[in-house]
Design a protein around this ligand. Structure first.
Ligand code: NAD
Length: 343
């Protein structure tokens, strides 16, 4: 089922297990009738060897042209003064929304039937990191100060993103998570805008709000009450990993970074150098990221077919990679999905 009008998209194989799981994703997409025409570009260690930059200009140019990228995990070089690749991508393309959905997929996980989407504000909050020290006497680091920034405009953009996502994906409720009882300005503005935005969606998407510490507890006590969560940068960083933990860890967690100029899809885990080249990496998180990418380009049917095949392979065929307690290689798992897709 080859469509004539394929959409150009940048493909970054990445480091460590990156090329192995990216190959799996590309093969599965072919079986699904891939709507993408790949422009393969380097990033991470692979790129340093060629151009001394973990994020070469050619890769940035490609993403600027295609506005869409699937990215394998990149090894962050230790030392050498390299800035985080993910932060550079976020700034370069204004990727203000970080989308982190989690869903229980393997029976016997800690929680069954969880299906929550976390939307994290990606550019502001305490992660703008305006930080400095004040020396006292002999101690140059006697006092540490950090300033966070949330704007009305930035808060509105991310909260509208969460409500629009809810509408588009048939979700019923958005929970605005904050700490407005203590950080009255920094996160109070976020809550205030949350109430404003919610009015525009009245009758279509419900809204409630919750303090971040209570949210952390409720996510363990009764996670089924949550649908879509939207929150500021630091809280989102922490809660999205907590969410991944509820359903089996980072190996199952996809992520998307979305902005006006581009959208970049990836697995949340790293390059797993300890198992690279062994053929046992789990491609699931990257495949789920492919599902998000298909939804992003308005191909929900392809995304659903992919997710159904994944569920069938995990639950009915019982084919799983070693990190999920199975014996399957990356290739076995990939072939099982392709078989379920009728390939
Ligand atoms: P990691 O996620 O690479 O690995 C942690 C553990 O999980 C390892 O034991 C690994 O074998 C296992 N694991 C991870 N993904 C797996 C998969 N798909 N299948 C099976 N097992 C898997 O984290 P780390 O070891 O802290 O980081 C390694 C490198 O990755 C570092 O250079 C780090 O900077 C980088 N990193 C990149 C990204 C990214 O590009 N988005 C994210 C996180 C870490």
């Amino acid at each position: 089922a080859q469509s004539k009008t394929k959409r150009p998209a940048t493909l970054i194989p990445g480091d460590g297990i990156g090329p192995e799981i990216v190959k799996s994703a590309v093969d599965i997409l072919e079986a699904l009738g891939s709507p993408f025409e790949w422009d393969i570009q380097q990033g991470g260690l692979a790129a340093i060897e060629e151009s001394r930059d973990p994020l070469p200009q050619a890769t940035l140019d490609s993403i600027r042209r295609t506005r869409l990228a699937l990215k394998g995990p990149l090894t962050t070089p230790v030392g050498g003064g390299f800035r985080s690749i993910n932060v550079r991508l976020r700034e370069e393309f204004g990727l203000y929304a970080n989308l982190r959905p989690v869903r229980s997929m393997v029976p016997g996980g800690r929680f069954d039937e969880i299906d929550i989407v976390l939307v994290r504000e990606n550019l502001g909050g305490l992660y703008v990191a305006f930080e400095h020290y004040i020396p006292i006497g002999e101690d140059p680091h006697a006092v540490a100060i950090s300033t966070g920034v949330n704007t009305r405009e930035g808060s509105r953009k991310i909260i509208e993103f969460a409500f629009d996502y809810a509408l588009k994906n048939g979700r019923k409720k958005v929970t605005v998570v904050h700490k407005a009882n203590v950080l009255k300005a920094l996160t109070g503005i976020f809550l205030e805008v949350g109430h404003e935005v919610a009015k525009k969606y009245e009758g279509r998407v419900k809204m409630d709000d919750r303090i971040v510490d209570a949210t952390a507890m409720q996510l363990v006590m009764n996670p089924w009450q949550f649908d879509v969560i939207v929150t500021t940068n630091l809280f989102g960083d922490i809660l999205s990993d907590q969410l991944a933990g509820l359903v089996g860890g980072l190996g199952m967690a996809p992520g998307a970074n979305i902005g006006p100029d581009a959208a970049i899809f990836e697995a949340v885990h790293g390059s797993a150098p300890d198992i690279a080249g062994k053929g046992i990496a789990n491609p699931l998180a990257l495949l789920l990221a492919v599902g998000l990418m298909l939804e992003h380009i308005d191909q929900p049917d392809l995304a659903n077919r992919l997710r159904t095949a994944i569920d069938q392979v995990l639950r009915e065929d019982g084919v799983r990679t070693p990190d999920l307690g199975g014996k399957a290689s990356t290739g076995d798992f990939t072939q099982s999905i392709i078989r379920r897709l009728g390939g």
